[in-house]
Design a protein around this ligand. Structure first.
Ligand code: MG
Length: 414
C-alpha cells in the first residue's frame, strides 16, 4: 500500500504578506489584482470570515470586506519561500510532485526505514516548514492521491488528517461528490439528477447507468468514489506547466479581438519555456466568458516546442474549434507535457514536415531569432518584444518589434 502525503500551505500568498509585515498579522489581508477587473489570488483566514474567497472579483471582495488590506502579489518572494518549503519536502523523499507553488504530493512509501511512519513524517515536515519559514502547512496522509488531498483540505488551517490504510472508501463515503477530482458544477448537477449526492452513493451506483450517462468518465468517477485511485506520484521537473493568462480591462468579442492577446500570451509562455530549458507538447487554451463560464481546448503537438509561433498556431486552431459565442473576459495559454532531451534540432527534419529539409533551417533560424528576442527582453523587460501578427500571414518570417507593456496580468507556473 503506498503512503502518500498531500501538503498545502495555508492561505499562502496572504500568509507571506503577514509574515513579512507583522503589522498585517490578525488583519484581513487580500492579495490579488487591484485594478477594476482584478481577481483575488489569496485571502487570509481573517478575510475569509467576511466571505472573501480566491478567484472572487476584487470589487466584490472590497464590498464584503471594506476594512481589508488589499495588496498586489509579489511572486518572486512567494517563489523564494516555495523553494525553501520544497527543499524540506525533498529531505524526506525524492518523490515530490509539485501542483503549484504551495501544493505538492509526496510518496513516502520508501522513506519508512530512514524516517519512520507517514504520520510522524508529516509532523516533522510541518514543524520544519514552520521553523524554517514561519509558514503553516496542512497535511493529508492516505494511501491514494485523491484521499490525501481531501484530507489536507479538511484539516485546514495547520491541519494533519490521517486516513489509515484500508479505510479510504469509508473516509470518502459521506463526502459530497463535488470532492471528487473532475466533478465540476455541471457534472455535480447531472449526478444530483440521478439521485447521487455523496461519494458513497456514487460508489454504489450501477456502473452501466453511469457509463450510458457519462461514457468513460462515469467509470472513472465511480472508481475514484470507491477509493480506487492508482495514479502514482510523479516526481517532476521544476514545473508541470508554464502558462500566461490575462483578465482584460474590458470584455473582448470575436477572434480578431482575441488573437493579438493570445499571440502576446504565446510569446510570454515561449520565453518562459526557453528560460526554464523546457519544451512541451501539450498546448492548452483557456477562455473565460464575461458570465464566468469557462472552457478549455487542448492539443498535442507532433513534437515538443518552446517556439511562440508553433504554440500560437495550435492556439489559433483551438480558438476556431471552440466556437466562441459570447464576449470574453479572460484568456490563458499553457504548455505542459514536457519532454526532456527530445527534439534535438537535428531530429527536427525526421518529422517529415518538409521533404526538402528546409524544416531544419527554419528551426535554426527561429532558434536564433528566439535567442535575440530573449536578449532584448532581458534588457527591456518582459513584454517589451512582440512578433508582429503580420508574420503569421507570411510563412518563414517572424518579425520582432518593440512595444511597451500596456497591461498587467497574472502569470505563473501552475
Ligand atoms: Mg494552499
Amino acid at each position: 500500500m503506498p503512503s502518500i502525503l498531500h501538503l498545502d500551505l495555508d492561505a499562502f500568498y496572504a500568509s507571506v504578506e503577514q509574515l513579512d509585515d507583522p503589522g498585517l498579522r490578525g488583519r484581513p489581508v487580500i492579495v490579488g489584482g487591484t485594478s477594476g477587473r482584478g481577481v483575488v489570488c489569496a485571502a487570509s483566514y481573517e478575510a475569509r470570515r467576511f466571505g472573501v474567497r480566491s478567484a472572487m472579483p476584487t470589487v466584490e471582495a472590497r464590498r464584503r470586506c471594506p476594512e481589508g488590506v488589499f495588496l498586489p502579489p509579489r511572486f518572486e518572494r512567494y517563489g523564494e519561500l516555495s523553494r525553501a518549503v520544497f527543499a524540506v519536502y525533498r529531505r524526506y523523499t525524492p518523490l515530490v510532485e509539485p501542483l503549484s507553488l504551495d501544493e505538492a504530493f509526496l510518496d513516502v512509501t520508501g522513506s519508512r526505514a530512514l524516517h519512520g511512519e507517514p504520520e510522524p513524517i508529516a509532523r516533522k515536515v510541518k514543524s520544519e516548514v514552520r521553523e524554517g519559514t514561519g509558514l503553516t502547512v496542512s497535511a493529508g496522509v492516505a494511501d491514494c492521491k485523491m484521499a490525501a488531498k481531501i484530507a489536507s483540505d479538511l484539516g485546514k488551517p495547520d491541519g494533519l488528517v490521517v486516513v489509515p490504510p484500508g479505510t479510504t472508501a469509508a473516509f470518502l463515503t459521506p463526502l459530497p461528490v463535488s470532492r471528487i477530482w473532475g466533478v465540476g458544477k455541471v457534472t455535480e448537477q447531472a449526478l444530483r439528477a440521478l439521485g447521487i449526492g455523496t461519494i458513497g452513493e456514487l460508489a454504489r451506483f450501477p456502473e452501466q447507468v453511469l457509463a450510458e450517462r457519462f461514457g468513460t468518465q462515469g467509470a472513472h468517477m465511480r472508481a475514484l468514489a470507491r477509493g480506487d485511485d492508482p495514479r502514482p506520484v510523479v516526481p517532476d521537473e521544476e514545473a508541470r506547466s508554464i502558462g500566461a493568462e490575462d483578465t482584460f480591462e474590458r470584455d473582448l468579442a470575436g477572434e480578431d479581438a482575441l488573437l493579438p492577446q493570445l499571440l502576446d500570451q504565446c510569446v510570454r509562455v515561449a520565453r518562459r519555456l526557453r528560460e526554464a530549458a523546457l519544451r512541451g507538447r501539450v498546448v492548452t487554451l483557456k477562455v473565460k466568458y464575461a458570465d464566468f463560464e469557462q472552457l478549455t481546448r487542448r492539443s498535442t503537438l507532433p513534437r515538443p516546442t518552446d517556439d511562440a509561433r508553433e504554440i500560437y498556431r495550435s492556439i489559433r486552431e483551438d480558438l476556431a474549434r471552440a466556437g466562441l459565442d459570447r464576449p470574453v473576459r479572460l484568456t490563458g495559454v499553457t504548455v505542459s507535457g514536457f519532454a526532456a532531451g527530445e527534439a534535438e534540432p537535428d531530429q527536427m527534419g525526421l518529422f517529415g514536415e518538409d521533404p526538402a529539409g528546409r524544416q531544419g533551417d527554419d528551426q535554426a533560424r527561429r532558434a536564433a531569432l528566439n535567442a535575440a528576442i530573449d536578449a532584448l527582453a532581458d534588457r527591456f523587460g518582459e513584454g517589451a518584444v512582440k512578433p508582429a501578427t503580420l508574420a503569421e500571414r507570411e510563412p518563414g518570417t517572424l518579425r520582432a518589434r518593440i512595444r511597451w507593456p500596456t497591461r498587467g496580468g497574472k502569470d505563473g507556473t501552475g
